[in-house]
Design a protein around this ligand. Structure first.
Ligand SMILES: Nc1ncnc2c1ncn2[C@@H]1O[C@H](COP(=O)(O)OP(=O)(O)OP(=O)(O)O)[C@@H](O)[C@H]1O
Ligand SMILES: [Mg+2]
Length: 194
């Protein structure tokens, strides 16, 4: 806020504009980094409650509504209704990062698909987030902490998301990636809901 006011006063000088742009980017990066580190720091604490997964997905996608619209992205969702005991906010953070990454990758007029299927024995749900972006080179480990190709990215979104799914007894993997189709898959156990 103070930085924006200062920028307003001084940005008219064309010599300082590029420096302000860099400072602004770095501030955003630091802000994200601190937030992600706090997420990791609270790793041990879980507040479990009954979570309806389809409703959570709907809420998450609604928060990306403006971005999806502005970028003319289509987003299909096919998640069955099912309840589980989970830490709602942690799951929200993990799934939001997958959707955010898919939106960043999909590019203008791209497509994102979110699907889920209950395992036949009813003990877990297998979900995936798919985008039609450029794909991820096979040599890259996107789960490596601090790996990022984004201005303002922390590179902690995926490692953090994986830890959250594992903390719930689930998994997160890059199922496949090629130009035009990248699939992240996660699986979550459906613990008994009392
Ligand atoms: N769907 C995807 N398609 C292509 N590349 C991806 C995709 N998802 C992730 N990546 C790559 O993996 C990197 C790491 O992702 P991660 O979510 O950990 O961090 P980030 O998105 O860069 O930063 P942040 O999550 O803090 O915004 C990304 O910068 C990007 O290069
Ligand atoms: Mg991310």
């Amino acid at each position: 806020m103070n930085f924006d006011m200062l920028r307003g006063d001084l940005e008219e000088d064309p010599r300082s504009a590029p420096s302000f742009a860099i400072i602004s980017q770095e501030l955003t990066r630091l802000q994200n980094l601190v937030q992600r580190s706090l997420d990791i720091g609270s790793f041990g604490r879980m507040t479990k409650e009954k979570v309806e997964l389809r409703a959570l997905f709907d809420e998450i996608l609604a928060t990306f509504g403006v971005q999806l619209q502005n970028r003319k992205l289509s987003c299909d969702i096919d998640i069955p209704r099912c309840s589980m005991l989970a830490d709602r906010e942690k799951l929200r953070a993990a799934i939001s990062n997958l959707v955010n990454n898919a939106i960043d990758a999909a590019g203008p007029e791209g497509r994102i698909r979110v699907t889920g299927a209950l395992h036949p024995d009813g003990t877990r749900i297998d979900c995936s987030v798919t985008d039609n972006g450029p794909g991820i080179p096979g040599t890259v480990n996107v789960f490596q902490p601090f790996y990022t190709t984004k201005t303002g990215g922390t590179g902690l979104g995926l490692p953090n998301a994986r830890r959250i799914f594992e903390q719930h007894g689930g998994t997160l993997t890059l199922e496949s990636s090629e130009p035009g189709k990248t699939v992240f898959a996660f699986s979550l156990p459906l613990e008994a809901v009392s």
